[in-house]
Ligand binder design. Structure first.
Ligand code: ADP
Ligand code: MG
Length: 269
């Protein structure tokens, strides 16, 4: 397997031995509507994997399947080598209990279009919450780490602000810090900048770029084609619940091979 040289200073560490996500013929239906119609893809450990496609193509549903929020109807989905939702013993599969699912989900951070911060908690309290409540970390330790994470996302001076006292972009950066506080192996971003005023998008993308440079494995659903081109290692174009085209972001974005990809890109680029 050939390794692409790192884009900046070699800070990115890659271990592509086990894919972080592997989907084989993943199907998901809601009632009679088949939203995912056989998704095959692989997200390598350490890579930034961008997912693009028109509204309704199944991108959010796919992220939710990775994060145990939806159950797939057919196919196989693995995260970090483990089958999502099941435990394998010999050749038998056992459904995971809720407590086991909760343990798996700790390894996955998710950032949504809407930031969903707790409104009655300050920025630093939002970031501390899960480590204290879920992992049993001491408040002092959690606060120290949360403060560092807020500094990392450029909000060291906003730790005591409530969400209502922060801009959308700042709230989204708190949401990223909050996800990172659980030390995830994988970060899922579902259109993290789509709800932001244009002038606030850049700061959030900078934080994501930084995270990518640190070696975090990221699956990013986005309409920010500049980000996909510059930061992405792989790009998939989905439409109608299938992967239409995939490859190196620069190749797909500058020289799409399929009509549907061309039509979509002509609208967003
Ligand atoms: P995207 O994120 O690409 O815009 P989604 O994954 O949100 O697409 O949605 C894909 C399709 O699945 C849409 O037609 C949507 O209405 C449908 N869908 C998503 N979630 C549900 C649900 N919980 N129940 C019924 N239909 C759903
Ligand atoms: Mg969506």
């Amino acid at each position: 397997m050939s390794e692409k040289p790192s884009k900046t200073d070699g800070a990115r560490v890659r271990d592509s031995s086990v894919p972080m996500v592997k989907a084989e013929g993943v199907h998901k239906s809601f009632g009679s509507v088949e939203v995912l119609q056989g998704i095959d893809l692989e997200v390598k450990t350490g890579e930034v994997f961008c997912l693009i496609g028109p509204s309704g193509s199944g991108k959010s549903t796919f992220l939710r399947c990775i994060n145990h929020l939806e159950k797939i109807n057919a196919g196989r989905l693995y995260v970090d080598g483990d089958l999502v939702g099941y435990r394998q013993k010999g050749d038998k599969l056992y459904e995971l209990k809720d407590s086991e699912v909760a343990l798996k989900r700790r390894n996955i951070g998710m950032v949504f279009q809407r930031f969903n911060l707790f409104p009655h908690m300050t920025a630093v309290e939002n970031v501390m919450e899960a480590p204290v409540q879920v992992k049993g970390v001491s408040k002092a330790q959690a606060k120290e780490r949360a403060t560092q994470l807020l500094e990392r996302v450029g909000l060291g001076d906003k730790a005591r602000n409530y969400p209502s006292q922060l801009s959308g972009g700042q709230q989204q950066r708190v949401a990223i810090a909050r996800a990172l506080a659980m030390d995830p192996k994988l970060m899922l971003f579902d259109e993290p900048t789509s709800a932001l005023d244009p002038e606030l998008v850049g700061d959030v993308l900078d934080v994501m770029r930084d995270l990518a440079e640190s070696g975090m494995t990221m699956v990013v659903v986005t309409h920010e084609m500049g980000f996909a081109r510059e930061v992405g290692d792989s790009l998939v174009f989905m439409d109608g619940g299938v992967v239409v085209e995939s490859g190196n972001p620069r190749d797909v974005l500058t020289d799409p091979q399929h009509e549907r990809t061309k039509a979509f890109l002509s609208k967003v680029l």
